[in-house]
Design a protein around this ligand. Structure first.
Ligand SMILES: [Zn+2]
Length: 470
């Protein structure tokens, strides 16, 4: 190619890109009433998975979702499980095209908080702000991705787009793995994109690529049939609460948080300097963090150290010590029984099964009379920080919001993510649209047109980028 031809070619490509941008912008403008109508109808279904009384509303939300997909020319079906169903659907454009599955959930948190300034399931729209339970978590992002998918398919992007809408996310996805086993209804894609996460600050797009896992346990000790009087037995009687405190002290340094169980840190992959730098680009502020959670002091005041601790390091927490006398004053009884409730947040590449074995062995050595019982387990998840998929997300976020995203991690766990990763072994990426002020899991929840329209641009660009990957 001569320089002249190259200049012409890049000019034409530039014109095409501008044409694409214009087409997308006009699609988004025209799609707005449809988006608002769908969001209103969906928010008005009180699909609270935690409350069995709302089972009919969950069913109605699933049927509505199927209707939305079909109205846009997609195929859609309800996939039954032993619990609430999953909605699966999308567009198939060609057997040779790559397939992406977009994951969202359509169940919501309960909404009994007294601070609600409106009925939580009455959708309110004003100046591009959409209020109601589930607006940002996760109905708004789900419908945003749906319309972006519709745009991509209508404009001939060679990609198969599938949607997977769960209705049990807020109760820990108990039947999600079962749904994924129905392979004809939910086929394995080439990649997954999850839209169910929050930025750290408005105007600073953040893309998580890792989640912590979880291992809970109860450590109990019985030393007597019942409480005994300390004046009659104290000195000879064992004290299970004190012994459990000693055991907690043996497990963790309470001031620093350092876990003392041998082998606990063996499989931890520490974050690189580039990762920490990326965490800091999220707009995180220690002061705001302290205010948000009402903390007086923290174990550290360094932003990098706070982020390393909450996103990329494991923990050992004591949640409860049960037993003995808890009424007013002091009762001089020696308890006969005590229980310590603990959990550990785990990071890649720790395995909850292995950590539980280490805990059990350590406790047996420290105090052989303590009984250890496991309470729930979630695998940590490590996604991609570099490579073609991460680059596609980067340019999608730039297209949607005009800014590079900060790649961050999440301190919590999303059960469905690890389940999809385990079932399919394909890249799982995140493209979240919620803001901290949206009231995630809080009263007066809302979503807004700024995030929705930016999100549509980002998703449309992501689908186009995926179609280009080898
Ligand atoms: Zn959610």
């Amino acid at each position: 190619m001569t320089a002249f031809v190259r200049a012409i070619a890049s000019h034409i490509e530039g014109e095409n890109m501008q044409g694409d941008d214009k087409r997308l912008d006009s699609y988004i403008r025209q799609a707005r009433p449809r988006f608002e109508r769908m969001l209103a109808e969906m928010v008005e279904q009180p699909s609270i998975s935690m409350d069995p009384a709302h089972a009919p509303d969950i069913r109605r939300a699933a049927l509505l979702a199927v209707q939305f997909l079909r109205d846009l020319g997609a195929e859609a079906r309800i996939v039954e499980t032993g619990g609430y169903p999953v909605v699966s659907g999308g567009w198939t454009t060609g057997a040779k095209h790559p397939t992406v599955t977009v994951y969202n959930h359509l169940d919501v948190q309960p909404a009994q908080e007294p601070e609600w300034r409106q009925p939580p399931f009455a959708f309110r729209k004003r100046d591009g702000v959409y209020r109601g339970r589930g607006a940002t978590d996760d109905k708004g992002p789900a419908l945003t991705a749906l319309l972006a998918g519709h745009y991509a398919v209508e404009h001939g992007v060679p990609i198969n787009i599938r949607f997977l809408w769960e209705l049990e996310e807020e109760i820990g996805s108990p039947h999600f793995a079962e749904a994924l086993r129905q392979k004809h209804a939910i086929p394995r894609p080439d990649s997954v994109v999850v839209s169910d996460t929050i930025w750290i600050a408005k105007g600073r797009p953040a893309v998580p690529y890792g989640l912590r896992g979880l291992l809970g346990a109860r450590l109990s000790l019985q030393t007597g049939a019942s409480d005994a009087h300390s004046g009659l037995t104290g000195g000879a009687a064992r004290n299970p609460l004190a012994e459990l405190c000693a055991l907690a002290h043996a497990c963790v340094d309470a001031r620093s948080g350092r876990v003392k169980i041998p082998g606990f840190y063996d499989d931890v992959v520490p974050p690189t300097r580039a990762e920490i730098k990326s965490f800091l680009a999220s707009g995180f502020q220690v002061n705001r963090f302290m205010r948000a959670y009402g903390f007086r002091t923290l174990r550290t005041t360094s932003p990098a150290d706070v982020l390393r601790r909450i996103w990329a390091s494991p923990t050992f927490e004591v949640h409860g010590l049960v037993g003995g006398y808890t009424g007013p004053g002091v009762k001089t009884a020696v308890p006969g029984h005590g229980e310590l409730k603990i959990s550990m947040r785990l990071v890649p590449d720790q395995r909850p099964e292995k950590i539980f074995a280490l805990l059990r062995r350590f406790v047996a050595k420290q105090n052989p009379n303590v009984k250890v019982e496991r309470e729930g387990m979630l695998q940590p998840f490590r996604g991609v920080f570099r490579g073609p998929y991460a680059d596609a997300i980067r340019s999608a976020v730039r297209a949607g919001f005009g800014k590079e995203p900060a790649f961050i991690r999440e301190g919590g766990s999303i059960g469905a993510v690890a389940t999809m990763h385990r079932a399919w072994r394909v890249p799982v990426l995140f493209l979240g649209l919620s803001l901290p002020e949206h009231g995630y899991h809080a009263p007066n929840e809302y979503f807004d047109w700024g995030q929705a329209s930016g999100g549509m641009r980002a998703f449309a660009s992501y689908f186009a980028e995926l179609a280009k990957l080898p």
